[in-house]
Design a protein. Sequence first.
Length: 503
Amino acid sequence: MSNSSAVLAFDLGASSGRALLGEITASDHDSPGILKITEIHRFANTPVQMRDRLHWNFPMLLQEVKHGIRKAFQDGYRPVSYGIDSWGVDYGLIDRNGELIGVPYHYRDLRTDGMVEETCKQVGRERLFQESGLQFMPFNTIFQLNAMLKAKSPMLDIADKFLLTPDLLNYFLTGVQACEFTMATTTQLYHVTEGKWNERLMDELGLPSSLFLEPVQPGSVIGRLQDAVAQELGVPAIEAIAVASHDTESAVVAVPANAARFAYLVCGTWSLLGTELPEPLVHPDVLEEDFSNEGGAYQSFQLLKNIMGLWILQECKRQWENEGLKYSYAELVELAEGTVPFRSLIHPDDLRFMNPADMTAEIRDYCLETGQPVPQSAGEYVQCILQSLALRYREVLERMEVLTGHSYDGLHMVGGGIQNELLCRYTANAMGRTVWAGPVEASAIGNMLVQFVANGTLCSREEGVELVKRSFPLAWYEPESSEDWEAAFLRYKSLIGQQQAQP
């Protein structure tokens, strides 16, 4: 490892964004360097309802990224590059004059209702999985674009290029149009076994393949800030690096695992539980279990499953605030700990929890439909959500072990959700295995590591993992009270079975 230059990581989540500065301390023979991260800028990422459609506030996001770059230099730092990671699937369309067409849609917009079934009817469910390797989620890019086709959207008629969210931001900063590999694999339009865009599928759907740029690998230099942008911000024209720009894949780069084969849970608004493989696993059983194969950094693939995650709790908290009941997350956890455990359970991935108008009402209805007590207080709702998530994590991990033929001693939890220590404890209890929690800012750290490898500060990803281990202590959670959790797991599986058996 050589002496470091600073890098700037933008980690954009579904509810907020962060700009973090990464520096590796100078090392000598007696003291290996550590990674120091400094939050430069944080901002809300609030979607905008326009008539009956939900959109991202893209101009605001671009302005906040610019502000983060400017502020890094105003604070006295000298980053040599920046990288952007974000949620997957969403995109903007660029016309032949290089202008953005419309306002990018939010993945929770309801225009994709029914599009999974419609698209599978057109091209075949088994074939679509075999070629894309992806879990069928209603917001996947293919279903968003097919919804536009079915609606005869004029936006597609004038579109010249398709750019996923981080690539779209980079385009308006550097003037360079590029497509990063890990994000491309979230679209369900990338052929994972052939390693290229699925042009046959595009033709069948009526999507011009000319919209899609050849993907570049994480660590590629996209370009530099355009002169006009650098002058606007009063900063040098620093490099833009295509990191593993899907935030899940960035987080996996930063998992401080000791074994080559490990299980991880990227925990936030969404929970993504998976393992890293050298190539995609597209066996019919993977389709049946509804897992995804997403491209990762450094010639890897992630076999993972999307789980609804802390979105359910976030929506309840937002709803209570709208009703004048303001709780911190710490207060909600304390309230949950004071309630009777395992009173009510839900299936977190029931689509009713995807984007309801009233999350607490959906939880209440689920409990009524399954013959369970209805939560009566905020603490009981939180207890229900966190215990249900922990049980869902166990269910998914056990299914993954069957698919891969590999067993895991424990689970690495990373991301902002691990600040909820009760969820970490419950996860260890539900699984009956060790949970190693940390680091919190995994996506931003993985973003930084890819930049450091790209500029030669680090020699390899492996060196980056060792740096993470030195720099960020892990919290360990060992399982306890296994009998209670075992009984709860059997009841949880019975509830899901009841729901699935209903016509």
